[in-house]
Design a protein around this ligand. Structure first.
Ligand SMILES: NC(=O)c1ccc[n+]([C@@H]2O[C@H](COP(=O)([O-])OP(=O)(O)OC[C@H]3O[C@@H](n4cnc5c(N)ncnc54)[C@H](O)[C@@H]3O)[C@@H](O)[C@H]2O)c1
Length: 339
């Protein structure tokens, strides 16, 4: 009998955001292990991940105003199905005093297909995204550890926390945000939480000048970062997807994605470049699962400039939420809901 059967039969486990935090505690590397397990399953062709639909309203054209449905099955040691339903409004903070993103995740037993858990997905999503970047750093970052961050919201925090643990403490952290208040609040948090001193820049070009790793996590609506700002030999983590101009991709020696098929969606940078004839599969060095399994090499030379473009995969969310769910069951965290 599958270990999940009794729960699937009797009801569901509900995990609030606080429950998710409680179940994980300080062991955030759990998210890196979970994403790695998902990528190994993906490399073994043991996942199912339909293209994610974006629900957008024509009167809300900002690229981060949408709700995305992200279903997946992850095989291997995860062996669970599920869906993340993630909403985002770029002006939530400013207009409503709320975080930009909100999400719920439903996990289904892979065999009976019964739902076994419903949990807040915003915490899982933020850590999953940082875990993907942590793995990208493991395979693609240069020797130096000077980190530049553009955009200092929630993802900047989960990234700095996870990178401190898995990549090593940065030698320098330089940040820029269109909101100086946000940048200062991030700098205070980084000092209190991690004992890291952060330099706040008014200009983005100056922020990037000495970077080994560049993390872009803004809500900018379109391209604004030119290649001339990106130092040779650096790793560019294009997490917020919309910010770099095409010449950043063209000037890179390697382009690595998380999932080629999902990255090539209309409106996304690499798809637009493909339509213009400046990008195609031959320019894509690898996907992250190939780096994790060693099927393709990561960084080979110190002077390589590498562009990493993670669209965000449901398989990572399902693997991470499965790990949280199992931890919650072990530790008696959460509320049982009757079916
Ligand atoms: N690729 C993925 O897997 C993935 C996953 C989750 C989120 N994201 C994206 O990451 C981005 C950041 O998410 P978040 O939750 O941290 O958002 P957030 O709203 O908490 O923070 C965004 C920050 O960017 C700043 N900003 C906006 N425009 C800027 C600009 N031009 N220059 C500098 N700073 C700017 C804002 O002031 C804000 O502080 C979003 O665009 C989101 O869609 C990507």
């Amino acid at each position: 009998m599958n270990a999940l059967d009794p729960i699937a039969r009797d009801g569901l486990l509900y995990l609030s955001a606080a429950d998710v935090e409680r179940a994980v505690g300080s062991e955030r590397t759990l998210f890196v292990e979970a994403v790695e397990a998902a990528l190994r399953a993906q490399a073994a062709d043991d996942v199912v991940q339909p293209l994610k639909p974006y629900l957008r309203r024509p009167d809300r054209p900002h690229p981060t105003d949408r709700i995305i449905a992200m279903p997946a099955y992850v095989g291997g040691e995860v062996h669970l199905s599920g869906i993340k339903w993630i909403g985002s409004a770029h002006d939530n903070q400013e207009v409503r005093g709320l975080p930009r993103a909100s999400a719920v995740i439903v996990l289904n037993d892979a065999d009976s297909a019964y739902p076994v858990a419903v949990m807040d997905g915003s915490v899982v999503s933020a850590w999953r995204t940082a875990a993907v970047s942590a793995l990208a750093c493991r395979h693609l970052a240069p020797e130096g550890r000077r980190l530049a961050i553009l955009g200092t919201g929630l993802l900047a925090r989960t990234h700095l926390s996870l990178l401190c643990e898995t990549w090593g403490r940065p030698e320098a952290v330089e940040v820029h945000d269109v909101s100086p208040r946000q940048a200062e609040s991030f700098a205070r948090w980084a000092r209190e939480e991690h004992g890291v001193t952060v330099t706040v820049h008014d200009d983005a070009a100056g922020c990037l000048r000495n970077a080994d790793v560049i993390l872009v996590v803004t809500t900018a609506p379109g391209p604004w970062i030119p290649a001339e700002w990106v130092p040779r030999g650096s790793l560019f983590l294009n997490v917020s997807l919309a910010d770099p101009m095409p010449d950043v991709v063209l000037a890179s020696d390697k382009v690595v994605v998380d999932c080629y098929e999902q990255v090539m969606r209309p409106g996304k940078l690499l798809h637009t470049m493909a339509q213009q004839g400046t990008f195609g599969p031959e320019r894509c060095h690898a996907d992250l699962s190939q780096l994790v399994t060693g099927a393709r090499p990561g960084r080979e030379k110190p002077e390589e400039t590498i562009f990493f473009n993670p669209i965000g995969q449901a398989v990572g969310d399902i693997a991470c939420s499965a790990a949280v769910y199992r931890r919650a069951v072990e530790n008696g965290v959460g509320t049982r809901l009757e079916r």
